[in-house]
Design a protein around this ligand. Sequence first.
Ligand code: BGP
Length: 490
Amino acid sequence: MSFPKDFLWGGATAANQYEGGWNEGGRGPAKTDVTTGGSATAPRYITYLMPDGTAGAYSQFGGSLPKGAKHAVVDGYYYPNHNATDFYHHYKEDIALFAEMGFKMFRMSISWSRIFPKGIEEEPNPEGLAFYHNVFTELHKYNIEPLVTISHYDTPLYIEDELGGWVNRDVIGLFERFCHVIFKEYQGLVKYWLTFNEINSQIMIKSFFPNCPAELLDKAYKGLHNQFVASAKVVKYAHENYPEYQMGCMIGGLVSYPLTCDPKDVLANQKKMRDLFYYSGDVMMRGAYPSYAPRIWKEEGIEMNISEEDKQILMEGKVDFYSFSYYSTSCESTHNNEPKDGKGNLVMGYKNEYIQYSDWGWGMDPDGLRYILNELNDRYQKPIMVVENGLGAIDTLESDGTVHDPYRIDYMRGHIQAMSEAIEDGVNLIAYTPWGCIDLVSASTGEMRKRYGFIYVDMDDEGKGSMNRYRKDSFYWYKKVIASNGEDLD
Ligand code: BGP
């Protein structure tokens, strides 16, 4: 029996992709509310209005807001995150379904603009606070432990547009105020917190946007630094004021292999892993930038003058556990001039002939999970949570309300076996919360048809559907897995 008896089995979601109720209960908008639907081949667009009232849109991959324009919801576009799959109105029903599967943990995020609509207010929005109170209370009714992401891709739009977003250091103070309020408000209801979802995602633009303008990259590194400082400040604050709180980082998982055993490929791959993946975890787990960081900044032409004060803050705000997302792997090579054809979450690489690919072209690689868990365990020697993992696939709702998804069960089985092996290897893995445990809006494509859930939600890419919930075959399978603590995977 490899899974420890108190292993935290569960599922994961995020407010912007699941909650809906975007303009209810006093909530303010976030950038995800001005982001349209897209597809595997067409990008999502971000819409705006010019001062003369003309509407426009730019691609979320590489586009930018024209001078003088303001992000806005514009007639004629569809915004899937507005209603998402409506946790806002279905939370009781959904939590009952999670409980039926036997969840011990449920990962969700708090929408910052539900608590502080613009992000700058002195006082929080009581209706927003009450909503999450109700949700956490409902979870505890079933002994489900919340795992709360404080910021999951939804900084209030006002902060992004009027204050310039995370490159502006003033945002650190606004984030602290938000955290102080929720830490106090939810004491006794929440114990596990993650400060920023996939904090490294902002520098991943280097991977899927190869000729990324220097200015954009500079902003990304500086914004990321401000998030490191913001995270460290609230981690320190939590440790001092709420000793029962467990604070974690959340890093977008990137596992890449050298395409060949040419030492040049091995070095190029090591650089990629450090550059895009280890960089962030190293700062948050060890409290200081790694020794390889200055060379990255030099090569990218980025001037990073980190003050002594910031260095001290980072050291004092180390997190208690490591968490990450894991979906896919790819390969790196120095002597391949072909375009990178191996896609994955936030990252591009070369395809690996030894693994299978999903309908969205993401490499499926359970062994890679065992490999990276061992690497992370060796590197940090702290508890680890896999807080996202899963297969985005097209499901069919049958006329009798069933959904047969053996492909999802196969994917999950492989990854659970890999985690079990990693635990046998000595890895201190404490939780597993697969992504989109109930169908929700895809972050990269805005689609509904890219489904991850154990629970099917009747909603399509155009916003049509009853929002009714249906148990997929994987629902009953995962229930058995949890009941047997990872033993029964048939
Ligand atoms: C991660 C995000 C999630 C989620 C997931 C799956 O990057 O943290 O928000 O969306 O990827 O990706 P997608 O929705 O693009 O399939």
